[in-house]
Ligand binder design. Structure first.
Ligand SMILES: [Zn+2]
Length: 79
């Protein structure tokens, strides 16, 4: 939750949309009725602390090289 930049009251997040994979735009509405300002913020990733494992470590170690597959299974995998 953001605070209103004018009256410092809490502002409710109304909606958001992704500008990109790294940046999210969020629309805020001040909860103070006498102020009731609205503003937008940009939420962005500035540092990745822990990366996911490399794809080679996630997938099962099945052989995917074409010569082995074709030699073992014949024409079943040819289109
Ligand atoms: Zn306000």
């Amino acid at each position: 939750m953001m605070r209103c930049p004018f009256c410092k009251s809490p502002a409710h997040a109304k909606s958001n949309r992704y500008m990109s994979d790294q940046v999210k735009e969020r629309y805020h509405q001040c909860t103070n009725l006498e102020c009731s300002c609205s503003f937008k913020t940009h939420e962005n990733i500035f540092k990745v602390i822990t990366r996911p494992p490399e794809p080679e470590q996630i997938t099962a170690p099945t052989p995917q090289r074409q010569p082995q597959t074709l030699g073992r299974y014949g024409s079943a995998f040819q289109h």
